[in-house]
Each structure stands twice: as C-alpha cells, then as structure tokens.
Design a protein around this ligand. Structure first.
Ligand SMILES: Cc1ncc(C[n+]2csc(CCOP(=O)(O)OP(=O)(O)O)c2C)c(N)n1
Ligand SMILES: [Mg+2]
Length: 545
C-alpha cells in the first residue's frame, strides 16, 4: 500500500475520527478512503485550533490530528502549533514535506528544522517503510508525559511510495506516573498542618480526569480551591469552597485568600509567570505537584515538590490525609465557606451595576451575564478570546461541570477561540459550544465561520463589537488621537449571513436574551450563529493591585 494509506490506517487504529486538514496532503484522501471524516478549513491555523479542542475537551483521550501541505501550508500552520505548544495541548501534526531531492535545500521550508521549539517530538521520515515506526513514536509521545504537539513530516514522494502491506501497528499505550510515596507523606503532613491552605488546580487535573479526587481532597481539608485559566472548570465554581479561577482578572475572594494563605498547593499546574495567570504572592510556602519536572522551580520556587499524574497524586494524598484526620474533620468548613461567601457577595454587589447595565452601546459585562443566565451552563462549553473578552468573562463565568470552559493564554493569539469552539462542537455535538470574542479577534480567523457552516458545526459565536481594540486604548493614546490606530470597523452579523450562517446585530439591552434564545435555537437546527453585540469600549476589569 501507499505510505499515506498506512498513515490513515494507523490513525484509524489510534481511534482518530476526524482528520482536520487543508490540501494538498495525500493523507486527506487516504483518510477518507478509511472512513475517517475529513474536515477542510479555510486556513491551517484554525484547523490546528480545532484539533487542539478535540484533544482538550476529551482530556487527550481523543487526539486531534491536522494535516497540511509542504511549503505554504506548513509555514502558515506555525501559529496554530505554537499556540498548542504554549498551552500544552497534545495534537498530532502531519505536514507534507518537499520531495526528497529538494528536501532541506534552501529556500524550501523544513518542518523538522522550524518546528523544533514548538513541538515535543518532531520527526522527518525519509524512508517509506519507516512511516509506521514514525507514527508509533509520535503517538507514544503525544499520549504520554506532558501533553504537547508532536509532528511527523512526510515528503510527498515518500507518501506516494509503496510499503509492504503486512506492517503491524499496535496503538500506543498510556502510561501513568505516580509520585514518590515519601514526598506524598511529607506533603500530606503539611496540608493537614496548614491554617490557611489554598489549592490551585491546573489543567493537569483535566488531563488526569481527577475532578472527583480534587473535590474530595478539598472537602477533606476544608480548603478553598482556585484554578489556572487552563484549569478552569476542574472544580465547580458554584461549590462553597470555590474562589473562582485565576487569570489576568480575578475575583475579590481569590485575591483575599491567596494573599492570606500560609500554604499554596499547586496540583497539575506549571506556575508559569504570565500576564494571563494569577501571580502567586511573594513569600508564600509553595507545594508543587505536577507531571513534568520541567515546571518545578521554573518561575515559582517550590518548598516541597512532587512529580506525577494528578489523579495518582491526589489519590495518594487523600489516603494519607484521611489517615491523619482519622475521620475527624477539623471543623473549619463553616468559617471558610462563610468568609468566601461574604467576599463573593461584596464583589458581585460591586460589579452588579456593570453586569446588569441598561445602556446602549451595551456593557460587555451585561452581555456575558445575560448569556450565562440564558444558556444551560452545565451543557455549554465556552471559550474566550484574547483581548478584553477574556478578562471580562473569566472571573464571572461559573462552570459547574468539568471541561465546560476552555481557558487559555500562555500564548494568546487573537482568533484562537473560534477554532476551539468548532473543535469542541465536533467532539461534543450535544453541547452548546460558544466563543466570546472581540472585533479585532474576528479579523484574524473570522473567515472560518464559513467552515462551521459548510461542515455543519453549529457553534454560537458571541462577538463584542466596540469598533476598537479597546484593550490597547490606554497604551496607544497618541496613535489613536492622531491616526485612529485602534479603530476597526465591520458589520459581522451581515458577514455571518453572507457566509450562510445565522447573524444578528444587537444594540439594545432588552434584546440580548431574546437574541441569544433565537441563536441557540438556530444552532439546534444545525446552523452556526453569530450574535454581534454593539458594546462600549470598556476598560474596567476585576483586577487588584
Ligand atoms: C495575533 C495577535 N496579535 C496581537 C495581539 C495583541 N492584542 C491582544 S488583544 C488586542 C486587541 C483586542 O481587540 P478586540 O478583539 O476588539 O477586543 P476589545 O479589547 O476591543 O474588546 C491585541 C492587538 C494578540 N493577542 N494576538
Ligand atoms: Mg474591540
């Protein structure tokens, strides 16, 4: 058989249901022949974002795969792979390569050379018969250890070459690593001894599907829980011990509890210093448990560290903590939950005028507040975009079920949210999948709304159109005044209609909820919907100095 056919057969064995791609790449045709649904996007970046969401939303149990052509396709894919690398998402990327006689000769683009720093595994296959081995290596890496993109570059003449039909392929195993029992004992002692413990959960909890264990440990310890943006929805935010998620903007209760903590326990997180993650206050005792030792002592010094899978770590800690408590809770629950509830009430009271504002142009806070109270949150998967929309939504959106919020921002490409919502919908057709973005963000990837229409991926896209890059106003005052450098324009409801979807422009507060209902109904009919809310250039965020 052709080497490209072997790749498709291997994808099938690995359980891949969709091949997202952009021509020309012979794996696309070979995949269709093997009954793997092929989804063709409008540009490579969005296809990678879709593959990314397929992996995220399934805790990496289903691996998103993307294929593109050598040269321009591979060059144009860089952003999508780099975003998945930044946010640690396990995807398989299958670029074509120039034919072997031109491979690695200037100016031909080499995936092998150029993607080294945004993949955890990058291989160029030069012998057709090595294709199955390369695929085995790639899938073993993508399913194990720290989640990150892997890449196999296959030159076009290698794809076309015949290989023996009788190759054997066994799907790669998933291995879990447990932390050192001695460190577990030491950490359990600290967790029980701490007076003001805060648990900080990262996306390692999502990948290990350790949501129940996280909750059990928090309830045993009667300790408040927050998450990174990537970890958002790992702990139900309507739980009395929830402080809401970390990000650039955060809740008052999170700010308060972090600052008054005597021990912060990070589980399945990187503690990376980033604008889009809550910073750990200086001088705190830090316990850090995560899968990849690469993150230990990187940006935050760990007083005590554990390396291992989040589920195995939490289970081991639960056993040790139970041993120590001997069935007797320390009786802190009422005081802790009351302190959280009081602060939450104060914080929401302060924001309520913005969340319920009756003005036109609309308050973006009102839009997202009405959205949250109109859709079925437990059955909705939502993601933000870069810019103000992320910082507006992340503190206020209250996920109750795991993997119902796709948080991101280790790198933060405008336009990422659309592909994420589309990939989430593909993997979870029964859920309402939403992206909340601004008018600068849509400029990057908006054309792929047509992919949603054509490929029958009925997402709900919620656009905050303030005709501006509002988040840049403060730092571009002169350029704005002299040259209108932060202005942008467009009618995106008309744009959505022109692409065959449902579009509606909303300007009045009373129309927000009815418009959301109409749009959700359209998605149920299989039609992607874009609601364009005309919003004010808001510059206020829930931030604390
Ligand atoms: C690819 C890329 N380029 C530049 C940026 C920097 N950036 C972040 S937000 C933003 C403007 C956001 O404007 P918009 O989406 O309209 O949201 P608004 O703040 O107006 O609500 C820019 C330029 C980025 N995140 N990604
Ligand atoms: Mg804007």
């Amino acid at each position: 058989m052709k080497a490209a056919t072997a790749v498709a057969k291997i994808l099938k064995k690995e359980g891949v249901e969709f091949l997202i791609g952009y021509p020309v790449n012979q794996i696309i045709e070979a995949a269709a022949e093997e009954d793997i649904r092929t989804i063709i996007v409008r540009q490579e970046r969005v296809g990678l974002h879709m593959a990314d969401a397929v992996s995220r939303i399934s805790s990496g149990q289903r691996i998103g795969v993307f294929a593109m052509q050598h040269g321009p396709g591979t060059e144009n894919a860089f952003g999508g792979v780099a975003q998945a690398f930044g946010d640690s998402v396990p995807i398989v990327v299958l670029p074509g390569g120039y034919p072997r006689k031109l491979l690695n000769i200037t100016p031909n683009f080499s995936a092998l050379m150029n993607f080294q720093h945004v993949t955890k595994w990058c291989e160029q296959v030069t012998l057709p018969e090595s294709v199955p081995d390369a695929m085995r290596r790639a899938f073993t890496q993508v399913k194990n250890g720290r989640p990150r993109p892997v890449m196999v570059e296959i030159p076009v003449d290698v794809m076309r070459a015949e290989i023996p039909d009788d190759f054997v392929y066994t799907p790669a195993p998933r291995l879990r690593m447990a932390p050192d029992p001695q460190s577990v004992t030491a950490l359990a002692a600290e967790l029980v001894a701490a007076n003001r413990l805060v648990i900080y959960a990262g996306q390692g909890v999502h990948y290990a599907r350790a949501w129940k264990q996280l909750r059990e440990l928090a309830e045993l310890l009667e300790a408040p829980v927050t998450t990174s943006l990537q970890g958002k929805s790992a702990f139900p935010e309507n739980h009395p011990l929830s402080l809401g998620s970390g990000g650039r903007s955060i809740s008052k209760q999170l700010h308060h509890f972090l600052n008054n903590a005597d021990l912060i326990f990070g589980i399945g997180c990187s503690f990376t210093s980033t604008n889009y993650g809550v910073a750990m206050p200086k001088g705190k005792r830090i316990a850090h448990a995560t899968l990849d030792p690469l993150d230990i002592n990187k940006d935050v010094v760990a007083d005590i560290a554990l390396a291992g899978d989040a589920a195995l770590t939490l289970e081991a800690l639960i056993a040790e903590v139970k041993d120590r408590l001997k069935g007797k809770p320390r009786g802190r629950m009422a005081a802790v939950t009351k302190e959280i509830a009081t602060l939450k009430q104060e914080w929401l009271a302060q924001w309520m005028p913005r969340l319920t504002q009756k003005t036109s142009p609309l308050s973006p806070y009102r839009v997202l507040w009405d959205l949250m109270h109109t859709v079925d949150v437990a059955n909705t998967i939502i993601t933000h975009d870069a810019g103000s929309p992320r910082d507006q939504i992340s503190p206020f959106w209250e996920p109750t079920e795991p993997l119902t919020y796709i948080g991101w921002g280790k790198t933060t490409q405008l336009g990422y949210g659309l592909g994420l919502a589309m990939g989430a919908k593909l993997a979870n057709p029964e859920k309402l999948c939403v992206n909340f973005w601004g008018d600068a963000a849509i400029g990057f990837t908006g054309m792929d709304f047509e992919t949603a229409v054509r490929e029958r991926i009925p997402i709900l896209s919620v656009l905050s159109n303030n005709f501006s890059m509002a988040i840049e106003l403060k730092i571009m005052q002169t350029a704005t005044k002299k040259y209108r450098s932060t202005d942008i324009s467009g009618n995106y409801a008309d744009f959505a209609k022109a692409l065959g979807g449902y579009g509606e422009r909303v300007t009045e507060p009373d129309d927000i909820v009815p418009a959301i209902r109409r749009a959700v109904a359209k998605t149920r009919e299989g039609v992607p919907a874009l609601l364009e809310f005309i919003t004010e250039k808001a510059e206020d965020f829930s931030m604390f100095a």
